[in-house]
Design a protein around this ligand. Structure first.
Ligand SMILES: NC(=O)c1ccc[n+]([C@@H]2O[C@H](COP(=O)([O-])OP(=O)(O)OC[C@H]3O[C@@H](n4cnc5c(N)ncnc54)[C@H](O)[C@@H]3O)[C@@H](O)[C@H]2O)c1
Length: 264
């Protein structure tokens, strides 16, 4: 499997390293708007200077580990040529972009992979999505990890003034994505796997004692109930990213080449 990588940061670095050491794929070309990052991370792959140069290389799968903007700008051209693994899943909270990606993938017979990222339980949620009456994602983070979110300006709260565990927000995933863009990937993945952005309930809790990022998913319906919890260590190279997210990208790539696929 020939892989092209857009975005050579925390997640991109793990993908290059894992494919090199575990041999499940060859990263043949890398591209990053910061060329030095691409050069540092390439692991011997060709370093493209521009996206046009990148997309000219023969590839089976393009991995996006860059930004929502990269998904918006490059998705169509990528899907004309290769399957597309998207890490910035939050970009797909834009309905028009999601529809566009679906139709281009259909037209060119390509697949789009959205790894589970920083959460667990999407396998079960997918299985029961047509029966799920209630899906609630609760995210608990240190207020520092939430700093910069528009929520704090809208409600006049300062993250550094939160001295004990505080419930900040309950609303649907569409509102959560607006107010807490840092949480957008998880909210988007849960919404897309389950009952959509408008029906998925999101709760955000700030806890200054916490050093990990906790995501809890509760699903209720005529099948019973599901509760999953991920307690994620931040990635040293980029504390906004959980190590689990990078590992889920690697696992998704391995699935593509596997003869026996375990799990839903
Ligand atoms: N699905 C999930 O659960 C999940 C979890 C963590 C991160 N993410 C997302 O995955 C993406 C990568 O995360 P990361 O932690 O590796 O980020 P990072 O900041 O460590 O690395 C991103 C790299 O992409 C490059 N880049 C940004 N925009 C680009 C563009 N338009 N074209 C080319 N290169 C570009 C940057 O220069 C940087 O080197 C982010 O968008 C992040 O939000 C998703």
């Amino acid at each position: 499997m020939r892989i092209g990588l857009i975005g050579c940061g925390a997640i991109g670095g793990v993908i290059v390293e894992a494919s090199r050491t575990e041999g499940f794929a060859d990263v043949v070309v890398v591209f990053d708007i910061v060329k030095e990052r691409a050069e540092e991370t390439s692991g011997g792959a060709y370093v493209a200077e521009t996206f046009d140069e990148f997309i000219g290389v023969d590839m089976d799968v393009v991995v996006e580990a860059a930004s929502p903007e990269a998904v918006r700008v490059f998705a169509e051209k990528v899907l004309e040529k290769a399957d597309f693994l998207i890490m910035s899943v939050g970009a797909l909270s834009d309905r028009d972009l999601l529809t566009k990606i679906e139709s281009v993938a259909e037209k060119y017979g390509k697949k789009v992979y959205l790894p589970s990222g920083a959460v667990s339980g999407l396998d079960a949620l997918k299985s029961v999505s047509h029966l799920a009456e209630e899906v609630t994602l609760t995210t608990i983070k240190n207020p520092e990890s939430l700093a910069g979110a528009p929520f704090f300006d809208v409600y006049g709260i300062k993250p550094e003034e939160i001295k004990k565990r505080k419930h900040l927000f309950t609303g649907n995933a569409r509102e959560a994505v607006e107010l807490f863009p840092q949480n957008v990937n998880v909210a988007a993945a849960v919404s897309l796997a389950g009952i959509g952005f408008d029906k998925t309930k999101v709760r955000i809790i700030a806890d200054p004692e916490l050093r990990t990022n906790i995501h809890e998913i509760k699903v209720k319906g005529s099948f019973g109930e599901i509760l999953t919890v991920s307690n994620n260590l931040p990635f040293p190279k980029n504390p906004k990213t959980s190590y689990l997210a990078a590992l889920s990208a690697v696992r998704t790539l391995k699935n593509i080449g596997d003869k026996i696929i375990v799990g839903t």
